[in-house]
Design a protein around this ligand. Structure first.
Ligand code: RIB
Length: 290
């Protein structure tokens, strides 16, 4: 089947710093790397590296043609990425010596995606395909409705977290992926426990503690993380989600898809950067053997 991803495309500037900068502070970075990013693009690349067929729906400005070419090189179908007269989105990412990050995002073209662009892409979809989106583009709520109506399996990665944005799509979701803090915020916002939400499957990522799967109507199940020395956690959550849906799309049961996604995210945190360093299936296999 195919994964349709309405997602952001950013130019990532990744600065290595001694510590995350405080208010009023000026800090010299010790290193700079630039590459492809955006939570959407990262998920598309992760799913493609997990051998899924991925169609990315998004937008760049004239300065972002390189990003579209790079997605194509990574095996993503880019026919539904439009060029608009707005600068391409970018992110300035600081990573400290513990691998923690702080990110400032400029949305740019990611907020100039027309309903017609989304409709054109989804008109090619078939029932049973996956649809995934995150909170870095415009058009999420309408796209989710459209995808649901067409019979796609609708996934929402609630990042960056905004309770109103999640609430707007909640009724049409099949799968929701979010972290522990976000899960608490959502529970507060909706006044419901996670297992009372109208979503068949919820996966709560817990960082170094692994993740929890909350299937509707059954007991939650915990999954451990793989122990690694993290040097950069940026994009690890996106890698997890991309691999998770790629696994489910291939027909894996949830526990097996979670195992695959957990191993991919673990390898990802040992690398500096975002989309350009997401591991492929062979690297995961080599790591298991090594
Ligand atoms: O999740 C990491 C991503 O967040 C980065 O690639 C950056 O572009 C921001 O969107």
């Amino acid at each position: 089947m195919t994964i349709y991803n309405l997602g952001s495309i950013n130019a990532d500037n990744v600065y290595r710093v001694s510590h995350l900068v405080g208010p009023g502070e000026t800090l010299a970075a010790t290193d700079l790397t630039q590459g492809l990013g955006g939570k959407g693009a990262n998920m598309s690349v992760a799913a493609a590296r997990a051998a899924a067929r991925v169609v990315h729906i998004g937008a760049v400005g004239p300065d972002g043609r390189w990003a579209v070419e790079r997605l194509l090189e990574y095996g993503v179908d880019t026919r539904h990425i439009g060029e608009v007269q707005v600068p391409t989105g970018h992110a300035n990412i600081c990573v400290d010596t513990n691998g923690e990050n702080a990110i400032v995002v400029f949305s740019g073209a990611n907020h100039a995606i027309s309903e017609a662009m989304i409709g054109a892409a989804l008109s090619e979809a078939s029932a049973g395909d996956f649809f995934v989106t995150q909170n870095e583009t415009n058009g999420q709520a309408k796209a989710v409705k459209m995808a649901k109506r067409l019979g796609l399996r609708v996934t929402y990665a609630a990042a960056p977290f905004d309770a109103t944005a999640v609430s707007a799509v909640l009724d049409d979701l099949d799968l929701l992926v979010l972290n522990e803090v976000e899960a608490d915020q959502l529970a507060k916002e909706t006044g419901s426990n996670l297992d009372d939400l109208p979503v068949s499957d919820i996966v709560v990522t817990l960082g170094a503690k692994g993740c929890r799967w909350v299937p509707k109507g059954s007991a939650p199940q915990g999954f451990p993380a793989v122990k690694v020395d993290a040097i950069d956690t940026t994009g690890a959550g996106d890698t997890f989600t991309g691999y998770l849906i790629a696994g489910l799309d291939r027909g894996m049961p949830m526990p097996q898809a979670i195992d695959l996604a957990t191993r991919a995210a673990a390898l990802m945190v040992t690398r500096m950067g975002t989309a350009d360093v997401i591991p492929d299936l062979k690297e995961l296999e080599d790591q298991r053997l090594g």
